[in-house]
Design a protein around this ligand. Sequence first.
Ligand SMILES: C[S@@+](CC[C@H](N)C(=O)[O-])C[C@H]1O[C@@H](n2cnc3c(N)ncnc32)[C@H](O)[C@@H]1O
Length: 344
Amino acid sequence: MRQPSLGIAGLVGTNESGSEDASLLQGSGASSATVHISVLLAAVIDGLAPVADTRVIDATLGGGGHSEQLLARGARVLGIDADPAARQRAATRLASAVASGRFVIAAGNFRDIGAIALAHSWEPVMGILMDLGLSSDQLADRDRGFAFSADAPLDMRFDPTTGVSAAEILATASEEEIADILWRYGEERRSRVIARRIVAARATGGMTRTTQLANLVARAIPGRPGGVHPATRTFQALRIAVNGELTALEAALPQTLDLLAPGGRLAVISFHSLEDRIVKHWMRAEERGCICPPATPVCVCGHAPRLRVLTHHPLEADAAEIAANPRARSAKLRVAERINEGQG
Ligand SMILES: C[S@@+](CC[C@H](N)C(=O)[O-])C[C@H]1O[C@@H](n2cnc3c(N)ncnc32)[C@H](O)[C@@H]1O
């Protein structure tokens, strides 16, 4: 039986809106080497406590940093990523593990995690990792349109081979729909002003490039000197909308319960409160028995606990990690263990 030993990271203040690190920006095209620094690496490995020769799923492969450590502990890893460039980088970095068959790379969106695992005969599993959002590699690749500090087509798709780009959304959605995206996914208080300007700009060619949008937002809602760029929340909101990030998370979480063997663990790293709220509420609901409304005299739901939450407060990066990797400052890690129904 594995013991939880999750008292790792010191608590720090969080900053949801994270600024961009201009030094990361690379030239055109994806680099074959990753520049992404894995967040909360030791805490993730400690939390998942991989057991040699058991199956694990890394649902957000990215630069392959977490996968590399899981493999080093003897786990067999199925790494999923929607982004072909991320899969290519991880394949290069972990080529020997691929060759040995201990590491399998799967294209796809983790909203289909159950079907992907089934297709690779990768279940039941003893661990699942979801390190949400985008990687520094994607931010650094000028062509992808994630960064407002580099002029690029306004794309933002994790998988550029499918779906609708940010530019297409801004060209076709109504003013109300754009304002709704900015408000819901960026918690942008000036969403209506920005949306109005975006729609007005269609008369002069619309928003097709990152810097056009960044400049429009900066003119609409000038930032405070020394504060984060005023377009930070707009870019976050569009990225979440383009990739359907919250709906993918909501779809994936219940599937993880069917994939995890009893004693298997789920670790989720989120980077803003919208994601963390979904993870927290879902884990708490799965930890509870009856979920009938409080006024129900006798339980009619028959719900049995299926998870034991191991992190009652999310783990966060300590000052040393944040100094080395500013992206870690808003990371929150939650870990839960699959239990047998009726065991809770
Ligand atoms: C934060 S990075 C992961 C970094 C990785 N843990 C590491 O240590 O290098 C997130 C990755 O997940 C991918 N991703 C995000 N949402 C996804 C989804 N719904 N389905 C598949 N991949 C997704 C992104 O393309 C990105 O490469």
